[in-house]
Design a protein around this ligand. Sequence first.
Ligand SMILES: NC(=O)c1ccc[n+]([C@@H]2O[C@H](COP(=O)([O-])OP(=O)(O)OC[C@H]3O[C@@H](n4cnc5c(N)ncnc54)[C@H](O)[C@@H]3O)[C@@H](O)[C@H]2O)c1
Length: 265
Amino acid sequence: MPPLTGPASGTVRIDLSGKVALVTGGGYGMGRASARRFAACGAAVVVADIDRVTGEETVESIRSAGGTATFVEVDVGESDGVRDMVAATVAAYGGLDYAHNNAGIIEDQEPVTRFPEQLWDRIIRTNLTGTFLCLKYEIPAMLERGGGAIVNVASETTYKGNAGDVAYTASKHGVVGLTQVTGLRYARRGIRINVIAPGNIETGIVERARRYMSPEQVRYMETVMPIGRLGRPEEVAELVVWLCSDAASLINATRVAVDSGWHVS
Ligand SMILES: NC(=O)c1ccc[n+]([C@@H]2O[C@H](COP(=O)([O-])OP(=O)(O)OC[C@H]3O[C@@H](n4cnc5c(N)ncnc54)[C@H](O)[C@@H]3O)[C@@H](O)[C@H]2O)c1
């Protein structure tokens, strides 16, 4: 793994020394990049993931670069686990300042008329209920601290529809709504809550999609964004950490695209 700072990350100086950040889905993809970026800016980081092996790899990469991090195993769709994840964060580092509710899955391949109901439940549970549960338990911890910032994760699919991704698209629209409701609710109590909408980013989701897509579909996925390439997780991490920082003090309840302009194309 590259060092914590480098050409694709660490270009903007943000000092989060003494702060505590929680990243769900921190074991891989964008979550890993954000966890590493938070740590590079001086925050203590809790890497939470359903996958212990990759989560601990993220922690190790942060520690070996001189940062501070701990792993917590969690299924974000499970209430007690999310409650315990936040409690473990507070126990480990004394509070919670920032949360990146990033864990998510995409497995849709069927049109709505054939869409398996169990799969619907699984995707909604992880992406939407998971974000709800994180907000539910993170916000009280942030209020204890006097404020904080949260970045949820939606998707390009919340800007323009496509004919697939049934449950995924529905779940991500829900995340945008949750972000608006909660962002408005807590603005005067010192907590900003925003949501990012990434385009196609080179992560586990894209790696897995390559396995079932035709070569033409892969090429389309990789080049469809205006910039003509996939995004890098580190490019998204820059936005996440900046949105949490005081530099973004007036940005709240807002969806921010990170897709080189795909959503307006
Ligand atoms: N990659 C893209 O092109 C893209 C585009 C738009 C939005 N997103 C969103 O970005 C977020 C991160 O995805 P990624 O692309 O980095 O994917 P990824 O598969 O590389 O990483 C997702 C991480 O979440 C973890 N995870 C999955 N289910 C979990 C659960 N129930 N509890 C805790 N952890 C769980 C996985 O173990 C993994 O480490 C997701 O919400 C995804 O929907 C991705």
